[in-house]
Structures are given as structure tokens and as C-alpha cells.
Design a protein around this ligand. Structure first.
Ligand code: XMP
Length: 326
């Protein structure tokens, strides 16, 4: 396991100069490892896979094929941004897979949180496997593994492991970030020219909005999660909270309550706002969001998001609540 321990001599990458040195070193190492062979990468658009993609595009260009699977549980604008940044701006080989119906059909009627996670994880592997089989001559699989994943110190990526590709589809791994901590990955990503909202984005769970559409996922309630999340993010950005608050998002529980709109009675869902700060995701405190801002966000969500008539703010630290609702 010696090659899974960060070398003691490795300096912490905190400056653009150190990031440039790391990038130069990795480009040489990647070219030496890959040669003229082909590499495959599952590109979610998260920080880690995006930085790996940017490095590989620089190192081996079109020998890399990125596969972006849209499982329907991504935030508003994310699939579009992946296509714009990687296909249009970086000229990468990008396979975009619209698997929305496939995932939502599989998830229909499933309310148990761990089963939802398993279905999403397993279906993801299946879609990726199908795409991998369509491509000829792939010898390498790139992954956005970072050092905390190896140390398994935090719960962040630890519990979405649903196994890997089947035996006959085993590739040699390419993991250029495996000795980096998250803050170092961000410095490197910034230096590689990735957009700030990609490099400095808040953590986002693998099962995505699926764990925020509490209980059995329906398309209309999932849209309410996606639209309310977009409003929350926009307002936090406008009001200087982006980059200050560790994680913030909305949840739409699976129940309705009465309300009034345009003089008529409604029976609609509530949206719950969660905004927390933490060091390691093991414990968390609640951000003291200005009340006037919460009122403004409430007004926007109840008027702009279909099927919603109330907004609640989650005051619960972790423990006793987890950060996500399921
Ligand atoms: P909890 O809800 O357990 O979340 O307090 C701690 C951190 O982990 C993220 N999280 C996940 N990340 N797959 C992931 O990749 C998951 O299934 C998952 N569940 C929770 C959560 O967003 C928070 O940052």
C-alpha cells in the first residue's frame, strides 16, 4: 500500500506557483503512463472529476473520452455547464448520456433512503458500463479519487460505494489527484482555468437531489427541489453567502398542507431550507441566515416554484439531525 501514502516531502499546494508545478509534473506522469492509449472518465461535473478531466485534456487531448451521465438528479444548469465547459470550450471528447427517464422509472415508488441510494449507484454503473462497451480500445479508467477518499476519514464519499465495473471490464486506473486534499484540488482546478462556480462549489452527494426529494421521487416534486435549490443558490450568491456557508440546499418532504393563492385554497408541499457549516461533515452547526433574506427567499420560492405554498428553515445542528434529510 506504499503508493497510497502521501509522500512526506510533498508540499501543500496553496499557491498558483505550486499548482503550476504540480500540473507540469502530472502532465509528464500522465503522458508516461498513458502513452498513445485511450482513457475513459465518468465526468459528473463535480470538482474532482472536473479537475481530472481538465488535466487529462491537457495531457492527452482526444485520447480521453469523458462520459457525463445525466441521471435527472443534478442541480439546475449542471449538465449544460459540463457540455459548455468541456465540449465547447475545452474541445474534449464528451459523451452525454440522457438517462433521466431510466433512473426515474427505476426509482418510481421507492421510498426507503438506502434503497434509493443503491438503485442510483447501481444504475449509474450500468449506464457507464454500457457506454464503455461501445468504445473500442480503452485501456485506462481515470478517477477523481482524492486523499480523504483513500484515508476514508469522512463520511462524504464513504457510503456510496456500490461496487464497480464487472470483471471483464477492468482497466488500469489513472488517479492524478489521489494525494491531494480538497483545498489543493481547488487551487489546481483554478489554475487549469476551470470556472469558479465549478472549482469552489459546495459538496453535493452522489445521489444528488434524489436524497432531497424525500420518500418516493416524483417528477413534479423533484422539479420543486431543483427550482427552489436554484433560487436559494442565486440568493446566497447575490448576498455574499456563497463560499462562506459550507453547504446549503432545499428539501421537499412528501406531504402537503393547506394554503391560499390568489384568494383560492391550495394544498401544496413545503420547501425546507438547510444551511450548515462544518469542518469534516461529522458535526455541523446552522448558519445564522439574516431573517430579511429568508423572508425574501420565501417570497420568491412560494411565488416561483410550482406546487409549493410554504417555506421552513431547518434549525437543527448535526447531531441531532444529519446534514441531508435521508
Ligand atoms: P449527512 O447527511 O450524513 O451528510 O450528515 C454528510 C455529508 O455527506 C454528504 N452525503 C453524501 N455524499 N453520497 C455522497 O457522495 C451520499 O450518499 C451522501 N449522503 C450524504 C452530505 O451532502 C454531506 O455533505
Amino acid at each position: 500500500m506504499a503508493n497510497n501514502v502521501r509522500p512526506e516531502t510533498m508540499e501543500r499546494i496553496t499557491t498558483p506557483e505550486l499548482a503550476r508545478a504540480f500540473i507540469a509534473e502530472q502532465l509528464d506522469a500522465l503522458r508516461a503512463q498513458i502513452g498513445d492509449k485511450k482513457v475513459l472518465l465518468a465526468l459528473s461535473g463535480g470538482v474532482d472529476s472536473s479537475v481530472v478531466a481538465a488535466l487529462l485534456i491537457k495531457a492527452v487531448g482526444k485520447q480521453l473520452t469523458c462520459v457525463h451521465v445525466n441521471h435527472g438528479l443534478l442541480r439546475k444548469g449542471e449538465p449544460e455547464q459540463v457540455i459548455r465547459v468541456f465540449r465547447d470550450e475545452m474541445d474534449a471528447n464528451l459523451v452525454y448520456v440522457d438517462a433521466v427517464d431510466r433512473f426515474l422509472d427505476k426509482l418510481a415508488g421507492v421510498s426507503e433512503p438506502e434503497r434509493k441510494r443503491k438503485i442510483i449507484g447501481a444504475e449509474f454503473i450500468r449506464v457507464f458500463e454500457e457506454e464503455a462497451r461501445k468504445l473500442d480500445g480503452i485501456e485506462f479508467l481515470a478517477q477523481g479519487t482524492i486523499y480523504p477518499d483513500i484515508l476514508e476519514s469522512g463520511p462524504v464519499k464513504a457510503h456510496h460505494n456500490v461496487g464497480g465495473l464487472p470483471e471483464d471490464l477492468q482497466f488500469e486506473l489513472v488517479e492524478p489527484l489521489k494525494f491531494l486534499y480538497k483545498d489543493e484540488v481547488r487551487v489546481v482546478g483554478h489554475e487549469l482555468g476551470l470556472p469558479d462556480n465549478m472549482v469552489y462549489r459546495q459538496p453535493f452527494p452522489g445521489p444528488g437531489l434524489g436524497v432531497r426529494c424525500v420518500g418516493a421521487i416524483t417528477r413534479d416534486r423533484l422539479e420543486a427541489v431543483r427550482e427552489s435549490d436554484a433560487i436559494l443558490r442565486e440568493e446566497f450568491a447575490k448576498n455574499g453567502l456563497e463560499g462562506k456557508v459550507w453547504q446549503y440546499f432545499t428539501i421537499v418532504p412528501d406531504f402537503k398542507s393547506t394554503g391560499i393563492k390568489d384568494g383560492l385554497r391550495t394544498y401544496d408541499w413545503p420547501v425546507v431550507i438547510r444551511a450548515v457549516n462544518t469542518r469534516d461533515a461529522v458535526t455541523a452547526t446552522v448558519e445564522d441566515v439574516p431573517f430579511a433574506l429568508l423572508q425574501h427567499i420565501t417570497a420568491r420560492i412560494t411565488s416561483e416554484v410550482k406546487g409549493v405554498n410554504r417555506v421552513l428553515f431547518d434549525l437543527t445542528p448535526k447531531p441531532s439531525g444529519t446534514i441531508e434529510w435521508e
